[in-house]
Design a protein around this ligand. Sequence first.
Ligand code: ZN
Length: 212
Amino acid sequence: MDTEEIIQTLKQVRDYLAPLQTPYEQAIYNYLFRWSYLETGERSVRKGKRTIAAESGAPRFGSSISYAAVDENLRSLEKKGHIRIGDVTREGTLYTILLPIEIPECIRLMHERHQLPEGPPDYFGDPAKRREIFERDQWVCHYCGEEVTEENACLDHLIPRSKGGESTWNNLVTSCLECNSIKSGKTYEEAAPLLLERIKQRRMRRAKDKER
Ligand SMILES: [Zn+2]
């Protein structure tokens, strides 16, 4: 996580996760978060329960948390899906810390309050963004090189959406109506022979028109 992501995550912990936790659970979750993500950048940390008991309570409660309470709250955190409890060795138990964006209950709360970070810009659905692609391609079809107009300009997904292609700056190209309908749903490799055939036909048609 970079600094920006850590700040974002801490806000989400404060706003969406903490309200779902008891004070003891919060103290233990924050303690594990501090020794994993904030200390090593790892998702997991290995700690003994006695260490957790001795160290996690003091900042908040002014004293250690009892071993029994630590044990109980670790299990309730796991039950809530806020941490995962892994294997036990001499050095302690391995705890994996789940982030608010990985916890369904938090995700639901975030959606409710529209606090999820915005997705990438939609270059396909947003008219202003579509125009940016047409401008970039100078209103010329990527496949046949014909000029396109406001009326017949299309955007084509290089990697089709059906194959996981997204509506991003790099995956969209300007295309004319004709090439777009040939290319639709196909990869470039699949569509290339058909596109070339159509371009040839168009050229021949034009040559004939000239002869007349
Ligand atoms: Zn074209």
